[in-house]
Design a protein around this ligand. Structure first.
Ligand code: HEC
Length: 234
C-alpha cells in the first residue's frame, strides 16, 4: 500500500516537510493541504470528517463551506458546521474507509479548495502475538488511537510515518511509553497517560499488533525518513 495523501497543491506528507517547516505540522494527526498561504488539516473519524484551517503561523482561521466526499463508491455532499477551532460534517463514514474528499471552503473572504484521499484500511491476517494483541489494543488503546489505528481526538494515528519501526519510535521506545505514558510532544492531542488496564505481558502483543497493522498499511522501515519527523526530546 502506498501513502494515502493526495493534495491539490502537491505538498508531500511527512517528515521531509515537517523538518523544514516549523508550522504546518498536523495538530490532530491529520493530512495537511496547502491553498495559497493557508493550510487545511483534514481527518476522517467514525461518523464524520473534520477540518481545520490555519495560517502560515499556525493560527486558526475561521472558515465555512462544504465538501464532496466519496466513501467507497458512494458520493455525499455535506456542509461543514463550526466545531471549536475547526469544522465538522457528519456523514456515514468510518476511519477505516477508502475516502476521497474535495473541500470547498471560504476563509478570509477567499475561496479555498483542497483535496484529500485515504486508502481503505488493510486488515492483515494475524497470528500469534499480533492476534492476541488485537484484543488488547481494542480493549485498552482503541478509545484514543481508534479501532482503525487512524487516531481520534484523544490520540494520534499509529499508522503514520512518524511511528514507523525505525527511527525515534522503535520497539524499546514504544514499550517504555506503554509502561510510563508520554508527555504530548508531537501533536496538540495532550499527553498519553500510562494505559489503564494494560496487564503485565500485554505490552508486547499490543506492540506486535501495531507493527502488523503498520506493515500491512505501508508503514515500515523503508518509509521515507520514517521516524525522523522534526521532533526530539524523548
Ligand atoms: C487516553 C488516551 C490514550 C490511550 C488509552 C493510549 N494512548 Fe497511545 N498516545 C496517546 C497520545 C495523546 C499520544 C501522543 C503523545 C504525543 O503527543 O507524542 C500517544 C502516543 C502513542 C505512541 C507514540 C509514542 C511515542 O514515542 O511518541 C504509541 C506507540 C502509542 N501511543 C501506543 C499506544 C498503545 C499500544 C496503547 C494501548 C496499550 C495506547 N497507546 C493507549 C493517547 C493514548
Amino acid at each position: 500500500m502506498k501513502k494515502v495523501l493526495v493534495l491539490l497543491a502537491g505538498l508531500a506528507a511527512g517528515p521531509a516537510w515537517a523538518q523544514s517547516h516549523g508550522a504546518m505540522l498536523p495538530f490532530y494527526g491529520g493530512q495537511i493541504g496547502l491553498s495559497g498561504d493557508l493550510h487545511v488539516e483534514f481527518v476522517v473519524r467514525d461518523g464524520m470528517i473534520r477540518a481545520w484551517v490555519r495560517d502560515h503561523a499556525d493560527k486558526p482561521v475561521a472558515a465555512a463551506g462544504k465538501a464532496t466526499v466519496l466513501v467507497g463508491a458512494t458520493k455525499h455532499e455535506v456542509s461543514f458546521a463550526e466545531d471549536g477551532a475547526g469544522l465538522k460534517a457528519e456523514l456515514p463514514v468510518k476511519a477505516a474507509d477508502k475516502v476521497t474528499a474535495i473541500l470547498s471552503l471560504t476563509a478570509q473572504g477567499r475561496p479555498l479548495s483542497a483535496r484529500f484521499a485515504q486508502a481503505e484500511l488493510v486488515q492483515p491476517s494475524l497470528t500469534g502475538a499480533a492476534l492476541a494483541g488485537k484484543a488488547v489494543f481494542e480493549r485498552v488503546c482503541a478509545t484514543c488511537h481508534g479501532t482503525a489505528l487512524r487516531g481520534t481526538d484523544q490520540g494520534p494515528p499509529l499508522i503514520h510515518a512518524w511511528y514507523a519501526p525505525g527511527g525515534g519510535h522503535d520497539d524499546s521506545q514504544v514499550l517504555k511509553v506503554l509502561r510510563e505514558g508520554t508527555k504530548g510532544h508531537m501533536w496538540k492531542l495532550g499527553d498519553m497517560p500510562k494505559p489503564e488496564g494494560l496487564k503485565p505481558g500485554e505490552d508486547k502483543p499490543a506492540l506486535a499488533y501495531v507493527r502488523a497493522m503498520q506493515a500491512a498499511n505501508g508503514i515500515d522501515q523503508s518509509a521515507p525518513a520514517a521516524g525522523k519527523g522534526g521532533h526530539s526530546g524523548h
